[in-house]
Ligand binder design. Structure first.
Ligand code: BG6
Length: 484
């Protein structure tokens, strides 16, 4: 396989929150990997902007430490790190005051791509946007990148959209959902829309149900304060899992461009049924052995926030009416494993009789780890003894099929930041999409708040609360195993 790295044009990228966790953990290591892959032009410049008083030399030192901490050892080529650090500048800035803004304005170069990454609390989006304009840092061609959480309900999301819209048009706003930058998530679109094989079967007539699992082994330690106000519903379902549902369920867009793709995703969100309370199971992990339970980690002994959620969803349109989508996500589960399984219906009649058992085709798209796609097919068990059937996977684990270069694929942040520089919004959420997702989420969360219902407890290292099994069992279905 030949890797194709297409360099981008010269740019100035300003990272507000340039010393923060996301910048050190994801954004700058991601930029470094693109630099090392030869994708950054000689005229690329990255400006860290934050509250602390610091020289550019000290900033470079801090980022050098972050690169060594968060990159794989194999990526840490000292020569490359040294030249990458040379592209960094630092400006001390007061997001709500006046300090630093004229220095920033002076630093920015005219007539090249300009992007501002708002890696800060959403309460600072407005003040930053306003100051960028006031100090003439933002021209009509500049881009801004904003991170989740994008609001905590419809009202706050609308307010954020309105604030940004005062200063930027929609074509300048890049709302990141890092799941859209994952290699396999994009592959989901390639598989659906690049092959003839699946589309005729991709509907309620042939698909029995869809399962989406995003299981994590980590808890909320260290992020308890944020997480306790969000829970799995706001933290994962309203955004990441919603995007996965959209990509599985959407109609084929006429082109792979921002408007066509996002129009189709929006239609899916608007077609989601409000789930019945009996179709939702919430869970909270208990402590186990030495490990603290959710409430202790969150620092809230009476917390009713869910660290796990499972739901059955319906989509009211011609393609999907009658096919349930089951989703589950949770922390401190048995394994880190994220996958989408499209479970096809039984053959209408078995010519091999009852003894042949029940066989179903399942298309599994494995998001992480071991990215790949598997199609379960039924074949004859080799050897004598009559017509015995077995299911075997047609396996396309990317690392096996594509060789070492599969490992070298850019990670979600690398790809998305380069898309910002290229000016491609296809893999970013549009304002109306985010609002539609909140409009669907709000009544569900409000019903829990009204009822004061406690989540079911589950043990760390388990597959979640027992009650979640019932969601599928009552219609004769089963969750797939959660395995690493
Ligand atoms: C983040 C959530 O957006 O996504 C975290 O806030 C979660 O709680 C994370 O752990 C999962 O991302 P990934 O890429 O590790 O699946």
């Amino acid at each position: 396989m030949v890797s194709r790295v297409i360099p981008v044009d010269d740019f100035d990228l300003v990272i507000f929150g340039g010393t923060g966790d996301l910048a050190r953990r994801k954004i700058l290591p991601g930029l470094f990997r693109r630099f090392r892959a030869g994708q950054m032009p000689p005229g690329a410049r990255i400006v860290g902007a934050a509250r602390s008083e610091m020289t550019t030399a000290a900033y470079r030192k801090t980022i050098e430490g972050a690169l060594k901490e968060f990159l794989d050892e194999a990526d840490c080529d000292p020569k490359a790190i040294k030249s990458f650090l040379g592209t960094l500048d630092y400006v001390r800035i007061d997001a709500t005051g006046t300090a630093g803004w004229s220095e920033l304005a002076k630093l920015l170069r005219p007539d090249i791509i300009r992007a501002f990454y708002f890696s800060v609390a959403p309460s600072l989006f407005g003040p930053l946007a306003e100051r960028l304009h006031k100090h003439r840092c933002a021209g009509s061609a500049c881009r801004i990148v904003v991170e989740k959480p994008f609001g905590r309900d419809l009202e706050t999301a609308q307010a954020l959209n309105a604030t940004l819209a005062e200063h930027f048009n929609e074509g300048q706003i890049y709302r990141i959902d890092h799941y859209l930058g994952k290699e396999t998530v994009q592959n989901l679109m390639a598989v659906r829309f690049g092959n003839m094989l699946f589309e005729p079967l991709w509907n309620a007539q042939h698909v029995d149900h869809v399962q989406i699992t995003v299981a994590e082994t980590v808890g909320v330690n260290g992020r308890g304060e944020y997480y306790d106000k969000s829970g799995a519903m706001r933290d994962m379902v309203q955004n990441h899992i919603m995007q996965l549902i959209c990509l599985i369920a959407m109609e084929p867009p006429s082109r792979f461009d921002p408007s066509s793709v996002r129009d189709e995703k929006l239609k899916v969100i608007r077609a989601l049924d409000p789930p019945e309370a009996s179709d939702i199971v919430r869970g909270q992990y208990t402590g186990g052995g030495e490990a603290a339970g959710y409430r202790e980690e969150a620092g809230n002994p009476g917390s009713t926030t869910e660290s796990y959620i499972a739901m059955k969803l319906g989509i009211s349109n011609w393609r999907w009416a009658g096919t349930p989508f089951y989703l589950r996500t949770g922390k401190r589960l048995r394994a880190r494993a994220s996958e989408i399984a499209v479970v096809f219906k039984d053959a209408p009649h078995s010519i091999f009789g009852q003894d042949a058992g029940r066989h179903r085709n399942i298309l599994t798209i494995r998001l992480q780890p071991n990215e790949g796609i598997q199609l379960g097919v039924t074949i004859k068990e080799p050897g004598p003894g009559g017509m015995r059937l077995i299911d075997v996977p047609l396996d396309m684990t990317f690392a096996d099929a594509l060789g070492p270069e599969a490992d070298d694929a850019p990670d979600a942040y690398e790809r998305l930041i380069m898309d910002v520089i290229r000016g491609d919004q296809t893999l970013f959420m549009r304002g109306d999409e985010v609002e539609a997702a909140w409009a669907w989420t709000d009544p569900i969360v409000e019903a829990w708040t009204r009822s004061g219902e406690r989540p079911h407890e589950y043990e760390p290292g388990s597959t979640g609360p027992e009650e979640a099994q019932m969601l599928l069992h009552r219609s004769g279905r089963r969750w797939r195993e959660i395995r690493p």
